[in-house]
Design a protein around this ligand. Structure first.
Ligand SMILES: [Zn+2]
Length: 169
């Protein structure tokens, strides 16, 4: 019952639950097959709630809109694993989870000490997440044996246009 409340469902009658939007969803019936859709709906709500919670974390804004498409990440990760590049696969996991300490994020220590937030690749005075992933001119100099960087160059302008609203992308 607490799990259902955590995802916003409220009991309106002993055999009936309402979603957070006020619509009656689950009417619990006696026959077990009549209730089969309820666990799937609960799972969907839990997943949505988890992504909504993730939107409050570093580079998470936009995740409150719904479950992101992670298929490109999964394909890239699987390719890294197949090729034995386990370090690259682990680095990709950290990036997708927003766990990278980029210059402007790491510039102030918990003790308040100011660190350099310059880009280690090109020397720009401030390294933002956008700079790290899309804007750094040194990205052109990286080894791109499979054309991943060149093949996703079209995303740069799109990321620039939507960065304020969708840094999760
Ligand atoms: Zn740079």
């Amino acid at each position: 019952m607490n799990v259902l409340r955590d995802v916003g469902w409220v009991p309106s009658l002993p055999d009936q639950w309402m979603r957070a939007d006020g619509q009656v969803f689950a009417v619990i019936e006696e026959h077990e097959h009549a209730n089969a859709e309820i666990p799937a709906a609960i799972q969907e709500q839990i997943i949505r709630a988890a992504w909504c919670g993730a939107s409050a974390h570093y580079l998470g804004a936009g995740l409150e809109q719904g479950v992101p498409g992670l298929e490109p990440y999964r394909r890239c990760r699987a390719r890294f694993k197949r090729q034995g590049w386990h370090g690259r696969a682990a680095a990709l996991d950290v990036i997708v989870c927003g766990g990278v300490w980029i210059g402007d994020r790491a510039a102030v220590t918990p003790e308040g000490r100011q660190m350099s937030n310059a880009c280690a690749r090109c020397g720009a005075a401030t390294e933002s997440a956008f700079h790290r992933y899309y804007g750094c001119p040194s990205l052109r100099d990286l080894q791109d044996e499979y054309g991943d960087i060149a093949g996703t160059a079209w995303l740069v302008q799109r990321a620039r246009d939507s960065w304020d609203r969708w840094p999760c992308l």
